[in-house]
Write a protein that binds this ligand. Sequence first.
Ligand SMILES: [Zn+2]
Length: 358
Amino acid sequence: MKLAHFETLAPVCPLCRRQGLDHALSIAVIERESRDDMAAGILQCTACGAEYPVIDGLPILVPDVRQFVQQNLFYLLARDDLTPAVEGLLGDAAGPGSALDSIRQHVSSYMWDHWGDLDPQGFGPVPGDAAPGGITRVLDAGMALAGDLPAGPLLDIGCGAGRTVAELARRTGRMTLGIDISVPLSRAGRRAAVAGQVDYGLRRAGLVYDRRRYATGQDDDGLVDIWICDVLALPFRADAFALANALNVVDCMVDPRAGLMEMSRILKPGAAALLSVPFDWSGHVTPVEAWLGGHSQRAAHAGRPEAILDMLLSPGPLAAGGLRRQGEAREVPWHVRLHDRSCMHYAACLVAARESME
Ligand SMILES: [Zn+2]
């Protein structure tokens, strides 16, 4: 956790935030630090005393730390220094569907999508002619829709492997914070976006992963950091950010409308929100009743996700805070590569919104 980000963004306690209270966090313990980057330590609420760990440079600012640690213990303690032969053998032994397998698949898909275009080794053909680095093209299209931004820092929600955090900072010269809830992705993403080091296993087939390790050649100019946060309890005061970028994440939220309300809360009046949504719901993450469309085809909206998203971004009873759609939605291609012979192709709905001035 960069101390400059902590000082400028002045995060508040996510536990107190759930009760609508803004209580500042302070640094209680620094155990490891280099060049104003805190690698390990503890943050603490100045009011309720709740403690939040910083591990591998990632502050964990979620309302229920105990539950988060219990659910993510394997990922928090997973080591990333295994040698290729041993890692391969452990991967074979753990087998398909294991936690190790799911980490490796997840990180492989997203690191390829975020950083693959900078890989000097290159790639063989990908099914459907998908090209790596696709997330930057989604961002390009989104930034064109967003237009001018008010002054202030930028927030990249569900930043995954971190490329868009780096790109937002590079393109605007502004302090940019990426947040994600996935420990393995945040760890790999922070190393790439902040330290400029890409390091992951690219899935070739089955349980076979080839190590890809290279420098991005990009300097973050001290503008970039990545924290672990829950979008439903963002640890920030109102009106803190000039942009909320949320690419391919709304359909991964437990409660998408509540997530959009939180985005609205932390955006300054006139600030922009960028949403790209493949509407690829998963019942074990988002309960069906919280999906934006994809159910209740009997209703007036006929189960159309675009219609519901539009209602959330328009004045009315469903409005997500002050977020108002700006311009027309469009479709953008997005890919998730699974292995050498499999790649999912999405047509994501891309829409820009602006936080109303009232
Ligand atoms: Zn508190």
